[in-house]
Write a protein that binds this ligand. Structure first.
Ligand SMILES: [Zn+2]
Length: 485
């Protein structure tokens, strides 16, 4: 008789400091699926579900039951009602069968409005449903995990690369170990040690630097009874009692070996922690540095409100400094999301004048609105086709937009949040780079792919925001502030 594997997935990296919750439509836009068709959809992709499709194809002794699989782009806390609906559905699904194993694909930095440790709550619910049936789980490197996770899970592992190019390998490893566990070939014992450091991800690439050292050590140490060692960097913007780095180790029938390895590598995290700390200049200092840069366009990145890190296109730290300095060179600010202001601009028409309050609309705690009298320079329907390199040829519809002009400063205002990562975005707004000296933009890493080759310099500045560099400024409610590095 075939063994039965139950599968579910809930993958979301939460920025607890974003006031915009992650709702059903955010999942529907990316992934909100269930049923055997999921395997066909993801077969051949470098993802967890791609690995599951391979596992199902290679193991005809297992029948694989795919329950809800949900993923969304990084954003604010998951809507509580939606999360409870997910749990209820999975509880019913698990109650409807007899299982030999369960595989969960999780991020590890999931929180809802009410639940700071939503991944743990999900795993605890599954454990309650299936009793002693082996459960395996895979996690993102940016997971914030507590020690109870290894008590709840029989086997688990996390990504070991940043950028994350080993999602498939991680899930494949967990599924293979889960299979061996069910067959009685291994008896995994887990240990999770939290060294007590909240680390930045700016310097967490595994191509070089401290995280590469940790990964290399973990690999060297993975001998004898050790089944897996994952050093987790953690995600500083997801506020939970477990925010921060951790080291998770599973060893075959040897709890002491797991514990010793986890402690040893946690000690290395402590040694290397200062290398993850970074500082950036404030907005005024950043603008002055930019004005002193060689000729050409200088990009000034306000990463604390980066759309891809759960930013809200609403903070005013950099914009206020720009308006106060009013450099006598062509300046562009990209962007504020403000549907009402876009509507007013479209109603007034090109050449019209508006008294505006820019930013500070959704979250004035990150900076009050900045008043500005501006004329309307350009109006658009917000449709363009990416020139690449990212998503070349893909059409983007970001709602309507407007360019407001006040002296040397042009401000882009949009109806929806849309990361600035393609030159076609600038062309749509008739703001070609070669005519811009200072390009102030809410961005961090992805922006660089298209823009950096055309910029004389790219600078980052530190301003208050939901993804700010100065973690000490964030209103943590659950995390251990003493762990900030
Ligand atoms: Zn990650």
């Amino acid at each position: 008789m075939k063994r039965s594997l139950a599968v579910a997935r809930l993958w979301l990296e939460v920025n607890s400091f974003s006031p915009i919750p992650t709702m059903r439509e955010d999942f529907v836009a990316k992934e909100w699926l269930r049923g055997s068709g999921v395997l066909d959809t993801f077969r051949g992709t470098p993802t967890e579900l791609g690995a599951l499709a391979d596992f199902a194809a290679r193991h005809d002794d297992w029948s694989v039951h795919v329950f809800r699989c949900a993923a969304a782009e990084p954003g604010g806390p998951m809507d509580d009602a939606l999360y409870e609906e997910f749990l209820d559905e999975l509880r019913r699904d698990l109650a409807g069968g007899r299982w030999d194993g369960v595989y969960l694909s999780l991020h590890g930095a999931l929180a809802t409005g009410r639940r700071p440790c939503a991944d743990r709550d999900l795993v605890a619910m599954v454990r309650e449903c299936v009793g002693a049936v082996p459960i395996g789980a895979s996690f993102d490197m940016h997971a914030n995990l507590g020690p109870e996770m290894v008590e709840l899970l029989d086997i688990a592992a996390g990504y070991k690369t940043l950028p994350h190019i080993d999602m498939h390998d991680t899930a494949a490893k967990v599924l293979a170990l889960l299979d061996r566990c069910v067959r009685g070939e291994v008896r995994p014992k887990g240990s999770l040690v939290r060294p007590g450091h909240i680390l930045h991800s700016f310097n967490m690439r595994t191509t070089d630097g401290p995280m590469r050292e940790l990964e290399e050590l973990a690999l060297r140490r993975s001998t004898g009874p050790i089944l897996d060692i994952t050093p987790f960097g953690g995600f500083p913007y997801c506020d939970s009692p477990h925010t921060g780095a951790s080291v998770m180790v599973y060893a075959d029938a040897d709890a002491a070996a797991a514990d010793a390895a986890a402690r040893e590598i946690a000690g290395e995290v402590t040694r290397l922690a200062p290398q993850f700390a970074i500082t950036r200049p404030g907005p005024r200092e950043g603008l002055e540095q930019a004005l002193a840069a060689p000729p050409g366009t200088v990009a000034i990145l306000e990463s604390g409100d980066n759309t891809y890190s759960g930013g809200i296109a609403d903070t005013t730290g950099l914009f206020r400094a720009l308006v106060e300095m009013r450099p006598d060179v062509p300046c562009v600010f990209a962007y504020f999301c403000d549907p009402d202001l876009v509507a007013r601009a479209h109603a007034a028409g090109i050449g019209g004048e508006l008294d505006c309050e820019l930013g500070g609309r959704v979250a004035p705690e990150f900076g009050a609105p900045v008043p500005l009298r501006a004329s309307i320079e350009t109006l658009t329907e917000g449709v363009f086709t990416n020139k690449g390199p990212m998503q070349r040829g893909v059409e983007v519809r970001m709602g309507r937009s407007a360019v407001l002009r006040s002296g040397s400063i042009a401000v882009i205002v949009t109806e929806r949040r849309q990361p600035v990562n393609d030159l076609a975005y600038m062309e749509l707004h008739r703001l070609p780079l070669e005519r811009i000296r200072l390009l102030c933009v809410k961005a961090k890493n992805h922006f660089r792919a298209a823009f950096a080759p055309h910029c004389a310099q790219v600078l980052e500045v530190d301003t208050p925001g939901p993804a700010g560099i100065d973690l000490g400024r964030l209103p943590y409610r659950h995390a251990d502030r003493a762990a900030l590095v």
